[in-house]
Design a protein around this ligand. Structure first.
Ligand code: XIL
Length: 397
């Protein structure tokens, strides 16, 4: 064939592939989705896949795999710790932007979006703040101004570089707290009253009108009784509904997605139903901190496969449940893992009695686990081009 004919044939092939919504083979090799990264597979759905990033691990030259995978597998990143108040403002009025700026630069280099975490939370506050309130040297009026100044300074500093901000984190109690009737809990509610939630969103919006503003919490993956007194998802739903009704600038609800294989957990339909209800308020949703931990029994620690295998499988199933629900609800914008390797997971440090672990999608040696493969399979087989009409079967003669 003449070169022009080759060109014409090539164009026809590309056009045919486009019409059929299939991905053409590249460089003579057939397209093999299993070799693609999570971020590339998610891109076909318009979904961002993310991870929390531990800056010490990212900067450890002796462990290049961490940096490689953080950059190649994910299209959004969250600071695991370095955007928290104790990190950003360890001394009153003196900001330490370095590590957070470094993460934002890493994200830019790797064409990743950044989830800002976190503006208002009762944990990881600097001692100058908590002690000042405890000893009475910071009164209520001053505390409110301190919060406003902090939100304004932080959101302004990162203005234009943050896709989604976790404005308020974990403001709602759990059924096991006292009193057991769900309520606004923690440092900020105690000292400022629940009105701080709306204030925080307004202050954040004023400082960066383009960032999406999220409320973020755990144990809100699915609805329970429907009674806000004991159903945390319902409590958060009604809070979000009321904020919207009052014109407070909240754009989304983040469901952390910290699950454990020892619990009952949810099926995909329950999770989709919850995402839909939030979407019905005009809100985006996201999974923001997904991991699925397991109890590290003596058998697990001794390497007993009869104890390890069911945990790895249950973990994979739970990751998959959350991702499939997210894929099914078009307002679910991102799916972020709270760390991607068991080598750097907050779980063993946070859950030690009884010890828990195995919570992420790569093992301690950076080998992908079953959960990683299931996430990949969900991204490959959900939606076009893999929505395949059934082939009718005829009785054989
Ligand atoms: C955790 C970090 O992973 C740990 O390194 C740190 O010691 C404590 O905080 N919910 C959140 C996250 O919103 O900020 C928490 O991160 C995990 C629970």
């Amino acid at each position: 064939m003449k070169p022009s004919r080759w060109l014409a044939a090539g164009l026809v092939a590309v056009a045919t592939a486009a019409a059929l919504n299939v991905v053409p083979a590249t460089a003579g090799r057939p397209y093999d989705p299993t070799t693609q990264s999570l971020r590339d597979l998610a891109k076909r759905h318009g979904l961002y896949v993310g991870t929390a990033v531990d800056m010490a691990a990212l900067d450890n030259a002796a462990e290049p795999r961490y940096r490689e995978l953080a950059g190649s597998e994910f299209s959004t990143v969250t600071a695991e710790n370095v955007m928290k108040w104790e990190s950003l403002e360890p001394t009153r009025g003196t900001y330490n932007w370095g590590p957070a700026d470094e993460l934002v630069a890493f994200a830019r280099q790797h064409q990743q979006r950044v989830r800002g975490h976190v503006l208002v939370w009762h944990n990881q506050l600097p001692t100058w703040l908590t002690e000042g309130v405890a000893d009475g040297s910071i009164d209520t009026a001053e505390l409110r101004k301190i919060l406003r100044d902090h939100i304004t300074a932080v959101v302004r500093h990162f203005k234009g570089q943050i896709w989604q901000w976790d404005v308020v984190n974990e403001a709602v109690s759990d059924p096991w707290d006292t009193p057991s009737t769900l309520h606004y809990k923690g440092f900020w509610a105690q000292h400022l009253g629940p009105g701080y939630v709306a204030d925080a969103f307004r202050w954040a919006r004023a400082a960066d009108p383009k960032a999406l503003l999220f409320y973020n919490d755990y144990n809100i993956e699915a609805f329970g009784s429907g009674n806000p007194a004991d159903d945390k998802t319902q409590f958060v739903y009604e809070m979000a509904r009321d904020l919207r009704a009052r014109g407070v600038p909240i754009d989304g609800v983040g469901s952390q997605g910290h699950l454990g294989t020892q619990y009952g957990n949810y099926d995909t339909l329950q999770v989709v139903a919850a995402l839909r209800k939030f979407a019905g308020l005009g809100l985006a949703t996201a999974f923001t901190e997904v991991d699925v931990r397991s109890q590290m029994t003596a058998g697990v620690q001794a390497g007993d496969s009869a104890e390890i295998n069911p945990r790895l499988q249950a973990s994979a199933a739970n990751f998959s449940t959350l991702l499939r629900a997210c894929l099914a609800e078009r307002h679910c914008l991102s799916f972020t893992l709270w760390g991607f390797t068991d080598k750097h997971s907050w779980v063993p440090g946070a859950f030690s009695d009884p010890p828990e672990g195995l919570a992420t999608v790569y093992d301690e040696n950076y080998r992908p686990k079953r959960s990683y493969q299931e996430l990949k399979a969900d991204l490959i087989y959900s939606g076009p081009p893999f929505v395949l009409p059934r082939v009718p079967q005829q009785p054989r003669r």
